[in-house]
Design a protein around this ligand. Sequence first.
Ligand code: HH2
Length: 272
Amino acid sequence: MGVVNVTPDSFSDGGRYLDPQAAVEHGRLLAEQGAQILDVGGESTRPGADAVPVDEELRRVLPVVEGLTATGATISIDTSKAVVAAAALDAGAGYVNDVTAFRGDPALAGLVAERGVDCCVMHMLGNPRTMQDDPRYDDVVSEVKAFLEERLAFAVAEGIAEEKVMLDPGIGFGKTVAHNLELIRRLDEIVAIGRPVVFGVSRKSFLGKITGREPGERGVATAAANVLGLERGASVFRVHDVPETLDALAVAAATLPGGWPLKTPRTTTTTI
Ligand code: HH2
């Protein structure tokens, strides 16, 4: 899953793709590089981010969704607003990524059910404004797992087919470095719920705290974390840097039973 942030304030690429044309070109590049899903977002979720009014979010994301439908990738709309999701689905998106796990807008789960599209529900403690203010858990993994099980049951009760729901532990959303590492270490417990797990570590600040690197320099750290996620059973890897991720995942996948050759053929240009 390649990240297409149409925002002025995203933590690692804020402002780079605020112009819709730049965002479309970036999304096309990610698809050419092998992204199978393009996650288009018009509202940053970084700690302390300001909320974006619906009209502004629509203005940011709709031309980008429209411009990316021809890539062949599934377009995911990263929003917690039903109005934005509905417009994006009308414009060709096929996936809803809601970081509030249907706690933000009461109309969103019903919309996903009605349209029959895939969705991702993610764990977050609190909201982006407050989530990094001293987050605490007794056992972060069992609490995140219980939350995701409850949200999955909620989605099903709202009419969404269980096989349409993916789960995400929400790395960095109301978690300390230790919480993130514990979630990665025991990701298999989240995978055991039985739904595909989306894993979003790309360039996140816990990697900066470990390596001392700035967001744009965290590609290797991101790849290392994604390899650990793959080994523990994650299915979808939400990233800013697609080629590095695919190479790291290809090597890791090749070591798994039945992992070689890869299911998705990649072009090989060298003979030595
Ligand atoms: N992380 C971010 C945004 N959306 N969605 C899911 N499902 N999982 C994640 O881990 C996730 C997400 C934050 O990353 P980014 O989009 O780069 O930053 P910002 O929220 O500042 O735009």
